[in-house]
Design a protein around this ligand. Structure first.
Ligand code: AMP
Ligand code: GLY
Length: 419
């Protein structure tokens, strides 16, 4: 089977490594992939947003199955375009990807179908938003409607900060058209949990839960990043809470999307907050999380490609989906300065036989050079979380590149919760 994966980060590397375990895979392409992914797939220099070129490549190269991993191509309709050419694909179509593509859509969906989430107001007029903020409870959360590279959420602890956020989104258009509408919502508190799920629109199977570490520095200090590390499972997510989420959030979301004529097929990601008033949805993503995928897939004991094929055939109820009882920890190693300015082009040396998922690197002949903010993720699995964390930090010592920086406390909060 000839497989193509659209995207080029650590998440895609983890997906590719897992898909390769299936013996029927004869060739696997990554569009665009990266210098590290090139160890495991044939990288093709086509950007993840270049839908026409992606479809042309798939047709010309007789691709049997495509996986569209990042948000942008999903929201742009990459799956629809591939399906039109008869290419089987894993991922939601454009109509369903809106669940991540528009926060106004997802908030209104949750309100309409009674799915627990933060209270909110939607604004398309800046003056109305500013006058609302005169009396809104503080802290408050200001969100740009559309995709904003994960930066479109501002937690404002003062009225001035909230107003500045609205102005930067609606007047200065720092996120372009993504900020034409904004959501202003209630500030929630509680542990956060990421739950990725497989769904074909009929059946939903949650994957093992995980915990992201979004801030750049130890003890959750510093700027928000794409994610500096993850652990799985998330100890806050007990069996009882999982059951409640299944009943009140997961199944209702799948049903709501069906009722709206936007049946969701692929990986539906629930970003949850376990508030004193029960679990609530912070955000939906229409795709695998990054770096959540780097801890979730190593714990998947069954065959990922087989599950994906079942989803595209709408027979997920017949698929074998099993996760190990163990734990996983992924430590992201980044370029010093990330998420701000940083230098690249430094040689990376690392062990070849480990679960290392490369996110930002390029090849220079035989040499692998740093090529991004997040450079790679080091994952280890073990029977317990403590062992997984210790092993991951041991392996980190075997990875070298100039200007590397990483958090020293990935999993520390989770360990505390266990003890
Ligand atoms: P998002 O980009 O939607 O994942 O939001 C980024 C982060 O902002 C989340 O992971 C939360 O930590 C935080 N956040 C988003 N919405 C809220 C909220 N209503 N209350 C508190 N924190 C929030
Ligand atoms: N790690 C958060 C995300 O993938 O959106």
């Amino acid at each position: 089977m000839r497989v193509m994966v659209v995207g080029g980060g650590g998440r895609e590397h983890a997906i590719i490594k897992k898909i390769k375990e299936n013996k029927s895979v004869s060739e696997i392409f990554a569009l665009p992939g990266n210098g590290g992914i090139a160890q495991d797939a044939t990288c093709v220099n086509i950007g993840a947003k270049d839908i026409d070129a992606i479809v042309k490549f798939a047709v010309e190269n007789a691709i049997d199955f495509a996986v569209v991993a990042p948000d942008d191509p999903l929201v742009l309709g990459c799956v629809d375009a591939l399906n039109e050419k008869g290419i089987k694909t894993f991922g939601p179509n454009k109509a369903a990807a809106i669940i991540e593509g528009s926060k106004v859509f997802s908030k209104n969906l949750m309100k309409k179908y009674g799915i627990p989430t933060a209270q909110y107001e939607v604004f398309t007029d800046m003056d109305a938003a500013l006058s609302y903020l005169e009396t809104a409870p503080i802290p408050t959360v200001v969100k740009a409607d559309g995709l904003a590279l994960g930066k479109g959420v501002i937690i404002a602890t003062t009225r001035e900060e909230a107003k500045d956020a609205v102005k930067s989104m609606m007047e200065d258009k720092v996120f372009g058209e993504s900020g034409s509408s904004v959501v202003i919502e209630e500030f929630l508190t509680g542990p956060e949990v990421s739950v990725l799920s497989f769904t074909d629109g009929k059946t939903l199977i949650p994957m093992v839960s995980s915990m992201d570490h979004k801030r750049a520095l130890d003890n959750d200090m510093g700027l928000n990043t794409g994610g500096m590390g993850t652990i799985a499972p998330n100890p806050y997510y007990t069996e009882e809470i999982a059951k409640e989420c299944m009943e009140k959030i997961f199944i209702p979301t799948v049903n709501a999307m069906n009722s709206e004529g936007r049946s969701f097929s692929g990986c539906l990601y629930f970003g949850l907050m376990l508030t004193p008033n029960g679990p609530k949805v912070i955000e939906y993503n229409c795709r695998f999380g990054d770096p959540e995928t780097q801890v979730v897939l190593p714990l998947l004991e069954s065959d990922l490609l087989d599950i994906m094929l079942h989803i595209s055939d709408k027979t997920l109820d017949k698929a074998d989906v099993r996760f190990s009882d163990g734990s996983a920890c992924c430590v992201v190693m980044a370029s010093n300065g990330y998420p701000g300015k940083y230098e690249t082009g430094f040689e990376i040396t690392m062990p070849a036989d480990k679960n290392i998922y490369v996110a930002g690197a390029k090849l220079d002949g035989e040499k692998l050079l740093t090529g991004g903010g997040r450079v790679l993720g080091v994952t280890e699995t073990a029977p317990t979380l403590k062992e997984a964390i210790d092993k991951a930090y041991e392996t980190v010592k075997e990875v070298n590149f100039a200007n590397a920086f990483y958090r020293k406390d990935i999993g520390a909060k989770a360990l505390k919760a266990i003890n």
